[in-house]
Design a protein around this ligand. Structure first.
Ligand code: G3I
Length: 461
């Protein structure tokens, strides 16, 4: 049955401006009878899409900034506050204060959050930059597990891996300490993220992947196609979309988005900014929006900052609001393009209302390791979980050092990451504990010559 409040209209999107796809598209779409959205989020919502921005926690106290951000956008990305250096400044010591400022602001204002970014060669904390091999692989996986677990239930999409391919014509992976841990580091990160937060969409995110004929675009496409064929848990591809005169919006942008979507993933424009001004800039923005709207699985657009002066490249005036918070020509062209409509996203994610309560619980727990029995080839370990305040449940990770293997467990339900070195244990049945209460689980490690104690963590909900 057709909703009587919706009317189906047939529209013809003209040739994309600014040299974008010259083909005219005929699309069938359903739009609310009440017409145009007067904000970016309302206009994008007409076709089931979101419109987002990057937010810097330090700017939220600027009322011009937060007023625009709250009015116009319904998807929020932390510009820097959830990166590896921010969330794990010392190994095993996690810091969520700045990330929480942004997540809490977003949720209090009924907005979704894109998580950025779990694993990246850049913005690594100092301790990680100096690591390599198995130790780095395990540290990366533990980081992914811990951060995704901490934010579980609060993230619409995670940039699980960021910028892992080289620029230029090689089509190769970028050389980095993470890449040198083995070519499977990307899929290992995705598997760890899925285990930690099964409901978040998991994205690969990169730049210079806009032009379909570029080697880097093809390389990422081939990786995603391979992941889909082998069941690696990937749900989306993020196109950063940082453009300027040296890296203009390509004429085949729509082809790129549509070919990736055809692999069975959502595509998202994740960090859009276009240097320039006036009608030239406005036309390029319009073209990007039209390209997204022409692809049903292009589910949303995020610009990389609010005002030009908030941008990481402020001198290029690449955003939709000027330094005083006035709407630019680019803003109007984006709003109009959104209101002109296009395909409808078949699976829009509902935006949480401002009154949505945060996940229950919220207490914290501590995991303590103690030695158990020892034999020639194996030893037992016991982990005691203590609730520091009342909790509804807990999860604990146990990381063993290769070539150790966990060969038996008790008093919990285990799962493993792809390396087999990180075990995540959850309670059998309810994990509710009163403040101060403890519970234990155990396991047997075949040590294969390595007697190092496992490291353990706990997170509570
Ligand atoms: O906050 C400190 C300040 O206290 C200090 O005095 C100053 C001195 O350098 O640094 C400030 O931190 C800077 C931070 O931005 C906040 O402004 C960092 O140095 C600077 O490195 C950091 O740059 C960020 C950059 O990522 C780091 O890689 C940009 O804000 C951020 O917009 C940019 O975002 C990236 C995406 O994550 C990935 N895609 C590309 C995009 C643009 O480069």
């Amino acid at each position: 049955m057709t909703n009587p409040d919706l009317r189906t209209r047939r529209r013809r999107l003209g040739a994309f401006v600014g040299g974008l796809a010259a083909t005219a598209l005929a699309v069938t779409m359903a739009l609310p009878a009440a017409a145009a959205g007067s904000t970016l989020q309302a206009a994008a919502g007409e076709s089931g899409r979101y419109f987002g921005t990057a937010i810097a926690a330090s700017r939220l106290s600027d009322s011009t900034y937060s007023t625009i951000a709250n009015r116009e956008f319904n998807m929020i990305t932390a510009e820097n506050e959830m990166k590896m250096d921010a969330t794990e400044p010392s190994q095993g010591q996690f810091s969520y204060t700045q990330g929480d400022r942004i997540v809490n602001w977003a949720r209090q204002n009924g907005k979704q959050v894109r998580g950025h970014a779990l694993a990246w060669h850049s913005q690594q904390p100092g301790w990680m930059q100096n690591m390599s091999g198995t130790a780095l692989r395990n540290a990366m996986l533990n980081h992914v597990t811990q951060v995704a677990t901490y934010y579980r239930g609060k993230i619409h999409s995670w940039d699980v891996v960021n910028e892992a391919f080289a620029d230029g014509s090689s089509g190769a992976r970028r050389d980095s300490n993470l890449q040198r841990t083995g070519n499977d580091w990307i899929e290992a990160a995705f598997r760890a993220a899925r285990a930690a937060d099964p409901n978040a969409k998991l994205c690969y995110n990169d730049y210079n992947t806009d032009n379909w004929s570029h080697a880097k675009t093809q390389a990422v496409y081939n990786m995603v196609r391979d992941f889909k064929s082998r069941g690696v848990p990937i749900d989306c591809v993020g196109f950063q979309a940082h453009f300027n005169s040296g890296n203009p919006v390509p004429s085949n942008y729509h082809t790129t988005l549509s070919n990736f979507a055809a692999l069975g993933v959502d595509v998202q424009i994740t960090e859009l900014d276009i240097e320039g001004s006036g009608s030239s800039q406005a036309q390029q923005y319009q073209g990007i929006v039209q390209a997204c709207l022409a692809v049903a699985r292009c589910t949303g657009i995020t610009v990389w900052g609010v005002r030009d002066t908030d941008s990481w490249r402020a001198s290029g005036t690449p955003l939709l609001f000027d330094g005083s918070g006035n709407k630019k020509a680019a803003y109007t062209s984006v709003l109009n393009a959104l209101n002109a409509g296009g395909t409808t996203n078949p699976n829009p994610t509902p935006t949480p209302g401002p009154t949505t309560p945060p996940p229950t619980g919220g207490g914290s727990c501590t995991a303590t390791y103690s030695e158990g029995e020892k034999w020639g080839d194996r030893f037992n370990g016991v982990v005691t979980i203590r609730a520091n305040s009342a909790i509804n449940s807990w999860r604990s990770t146990v990381t063993v050092r290769s070539p150790q293997k966990i060969i038996a467990t008790w008093s919990g339900t285990p799962s493993w990451d792809s390396s087999g070195n990180v075990m995540t244990m959850v309670p059998n049945g309810s994990g509710a504990l009163a403040a101060g209460q403890t519970v234990s689980f155990g396991f047997t490690v075949q040590h294969n010559g390595n007697w190092t104690w496992p490291s353990v963590t706990c997170s509570a909900s």
